[in-house]
Design a protein around this ligand. Structure first.
Ligand SMILES: *Cc1c(COP(=O)(O)O)cnc(C)c1O
Length: 380
């Protein structure tokens, strides 16, 4: 009654009246802060030559095969895309040796993470997420009024599977495992995840986010598809945004049991993946040459940073992704100094005050980053 009276007497601003109309859970969601665009930094500091190593993008560009396929498609943009995304799902299925019904595509895996939340979470359900990890997991849970249960990584940013297991209750619906973990670059082994899955009860879905899968080069790598084939309630998330160099195109995919995937379609927009993305991704999958080239360059980039950071007397976290954490003292401060030198990295991750996250670029970009870091540390 009180609110109604306020509105009638117009004592409240429009902003306040709208604020009261919005679902309360949305007020706690902090907007996602993306890596700063190059043009922003050029403008602010009057710089020409700015290097962006902030969003784990592929420095070698999109797959050339994808670009050819896309340009052939442009004249057909008057047509709606195939809502079922049949061709690209079939191509992905062949690539991973599953059936097309076990493949679900989204407008980036970001969209799939939100759709997983929309499909399975009710208010009060619990979602176990590693911390620090990818912010999008929390976003999906918050939109659906689920409760986020963060489980800290260990001192060396390893997964603490026992601690995760101990947080499981009868309210637990989803558990996220991100490997290589963004933003730490650390990874899990197949044996660890296999044991973990054996310990969890029915009624829990484990999402294995493998956005950086194609960069992994370790013994006992996660083989998530074995769990899918065994009929476990597991979803593997992958993307064309990183290794395939198509972040701007927006195509991610989930792999899982067909009976599980079926329900994701219930919350899917009819044309959630655009026609350009479908064609580009299909072609990119065939571009093994580009993938190999990018993987080799990224491997060399890692070594370049390990050596360069060591020379600067800085600690770093060994990575299996296309990015790494460097321990620099005040992360946000160093980030700002680097920006003034024309290098955009990322800082301000919750729980990682002392670190910056650097995306691995070309050899030249990495050299510039290391030089800027040397100068920034001298000036501070
Ligand atoms: C980049 C990234 C994604 C993929 O995002 P898209 O929406 O497919 O661009 C998913 N998970 C993690 C951990 C990532 O770093």
């Amino acid at each position: 009654m009180g609110e109604q009276k306020d509105v009638l007497t117009s004592t409240l601003s429009l902003e306040e009246r709208v604020r009261r109309l919005v679902r309360p859970n949305l007020h706690v969601i902090k907007p996602y802060v993306p890596g700063r665009p190059i043009a922003d930094v050029q403008r602010e500091f009057g710089l020409h030559d700015v290097v962006k190593l902030a969003s784990n993008e592929n420095p070698l560009g999109p797959s050339p095969k994808a670009l050819d396929a896309i340009s052939d498609l442009l004249l057909e943009l008057n047509r709606y895309p195939d809502g079922a995304a049949q061709d690209v799902r079939t191509a992905i299925a062949q690539h991973v040796h599953l059936q097309p019904e076990q493949v679900f595509v989204g407008n980036g895996s970001d969209e799939i993470i939100k759709m997983i939340a929309e499909t399975f979470l009710q208010p009060g359900d619990e979602v176990i997420v590693p911390f620090p990890s990818f912010a999008q997991y929390n976003f999906g849970a918050q939109v659906m009024e689920a409760k986020i249960i963060p489980v800290p990584l260990t001192k060396h940013f390893q997964y603490d599977f026992l601690a995760m297991q101990n947080q499981i209750t009868d309210k637990t619906k989803l558990i996220y495992v991100c490997s290589p973990n963004n933003p730490t670059g650390t990874w899990v082994t197949h044996t660890q995840v296999k044991e973990f899955l054996e310990s969890i009860p029915d009624g829990v879905i484990v999402v294995l986010d493998e956005a950086y899968l194609e960069y992994v080069d370790t013994p006992d790598p996660l083989r998530s598809l074995e769990f899918v084939t065994e009929g476990k309630t597991v979803l593997s998330l992958r993307t064309f945004s990183k290794m395939y160099g198509l972040a701007g195109l927006r195509l991610g995919y989930a792999l899982g049991d067909a009976g599980l995937i079926k329900y994701l379609h219930q919350v899917r927009e009819p044309f959630n993946v655009n026609a350009v993305a479908q064609v580009g991704a299909t072609a990119a999958l065939q571009d093994t040459e580009h993938v190999i080239k990018c993987k080799v360059a990224n491997h060399e980039g890692r070594l370049q940073y390990y050596e360069g950071l060591t020379q600067l007397g800085l600690e770093y976290i060994e990575t299996q992704g296309n990015f790494l954490l460097a321990k620099v003292g005040n992360g946000v401060h160093v980030f700002q100094e680097l920006e003034r030198h024309g290098v955009i990295v990322r800082a301000g991750f919750p729980g990682l005050d002392e670190y910056i996250r650097i995306s691995i670029g070309t050899e030249e970009e990495n050299r510039r980053c290391l030089q800027a870091l040397e100068q920034a540390l001298k000036e501070m």
